[in-house]
Design a protein around this ligand. Structure first.
Ligand code: SF4
Ligand code: SF4
Length: 375
């Protein structure tokens, strides 16, 4: 089974500080010192024959299609057309959530997974995503649930120097409007030219890493108290693998289990590697979904003792190498810290299983569902 992100449009209705807001502020530049072979002529909207997409997808009977953007819900008629015509049973969507109510309930309720962007508290979300965003998204989440959605709803946070990770995760987990059981977070760490403006290393050392230690303790305490296994993805999948004693390839799946269909029908390994032609693996008109080549990059990760746990963190970063030395060290220390916290928690988790408080099956989840896992 292969997972495909489908980029519907590059348009977005928000201007979040770690995305378009940064571009507008001129903070991002191609300063990587390499040529990723960018296709600057890539259309901004999906512009290929949908029959080619359907014929491509029909060759993988269990393919999963995830709508992606920009903001995919700016193209509701296209989403409906594809959900009516594509020969796949499993759909997912990654959305900022502001326009979720535009899609009628019969379509919303067909999603296996909806990933909705929220950064924790109302204040934090609105500071980065725009005033009033949090309330609009929460209202849509309430409508979604009232409308009968029974799939997995994942709150997807972007975290940076003004995030108290402990407070932010608990704000979503114990939210009075909707208590998110599934939460994922990703570090705002693609430093492409703005490293000098950041206090990232200090923040990871003094706030984020200690916060993760505390959260892991809370997470296991929930199991011990009989609340079960909260689906906090950066903990959930690595702990499942620790329990089963197995290592993992790149945990987001990019380039081996997860690919992205660009707006012109070319297939790349990752939804962020838009237009990076050097890493394309084919085109929907001619490629075989079950025979796509694996994409890998020769990076320092191959020599790292954490590789089996980390998976290499991010293919895009392995290609672009956006981090100055101290920040690369800080990033990898977050992985080391996560690893150490989970390994330390492993005996308590095993004890919970032995006592029958939880089961190993409680850690099961759909891999490659859009959660990158390693933040
Ligand atoms: S910890 Fe750092 S060097 Fe090691 S595998 Fe992960 S990203 Fe690569
Ligand atoms: S972690 Fe990196 S390679 Fe994976 S989806 Fe995100 S940007 Fe792409």
């Amino acid at each position: 089974m292969v997972f495909f992100h489908l980029i519907l449009t590059d348009d977005c209705n928000l201007c979040c500080s770690y995305c378009r807001g940064r571009v507008l502020a001129g903070e991002v530049a191609w300063t990587f010192g390499m040529d990723p072979g960018i296709d600057w002529d890539l259309p901004s909207d999906l512009s290929f024959d949908l029959q080619d997409l359907y014929s491509f997808l029909s060759k993988d009977p269990s393919a999963c299609l995830t709508f992606y953007g920009g903001e995919p819900l700016l193209r509701v008629p296209l989403i409906r057309e594809i959900m009516d015509g594509a020969p796949v049973e499993r759909f997912m969507i990654q959305t900022n959530g502001v326009l979720l109510s535009r899609l009628p309930a019969p379509y919303r309720n067909r999603f296996e997974t909806i990933l909705v962007s929220l950064d924790g508290t109302e204040d934090l979300t609105d500071r980065h995503r725009g005033q009033g965003t949090y309330r609009r998204v929460m209202e849509n989440v309430r409508q979604l649930v009232r409308g009968g959605f029974s799939g997995e709803l994942i709150a997807r946070m972007t975290v940076g120097e003004d995030t108290d990770i402990n407070e932010a995760v608990w704000a979503l987990a114990e939210n009075p409007c909707y208590s998110f059981r599934s939460i994922h977070w990703q570090l705002d760490a693609d430093f492409a030219g703005n490293a000098g403006m950041r206090t990232f290393s200090k923040w990871t050392r003094e706030s984020y890493n200690p916060g993760i230690r505390s959260l892991v303790r809370d997470w296991v305490a929930c199991m011990e108290s009989g609340e079960g296994v909260r689906r906090w993805y950066p903990f959930l999948q690595p702990m499942q693998d620790l329990l089963e004693g197995r290592s993992s390839p790149l945990r987001c799946g990019s380039g081996h289990a997860n690919y992205t269909v660009m707006t012109d029908g070319h297939i790349g390994p990752c939804p962020v590697m838009v237009g990076m032609r050097d890493y394309y693996v084919g085109h929907i008109a001619t490629a075989e979904p079950l025979g796509l080549p694996r994409v890998s990059v020769d990076s320092g990760c191959s020599k790292c003792s954490l590789l089996g746990f980390c998976g290499g963190r991010c293919l895009y970063a392995q290609v672009t190498r956006p981090w100055p030395g101290t920040m690369k060290k800080a990033i990898c220390q977050t992985v080391q810290n996560l690893h150490d916290c989970l390994v330390e928690a492993l005996p308590r988790v095993k004890e919970c299983i032995r006592k029958g408080l939880i089961e190993e099956g409680d850690f099961s989840h759909t891999r490659y569902n859009g959660c990158e896992i390693i933040p």
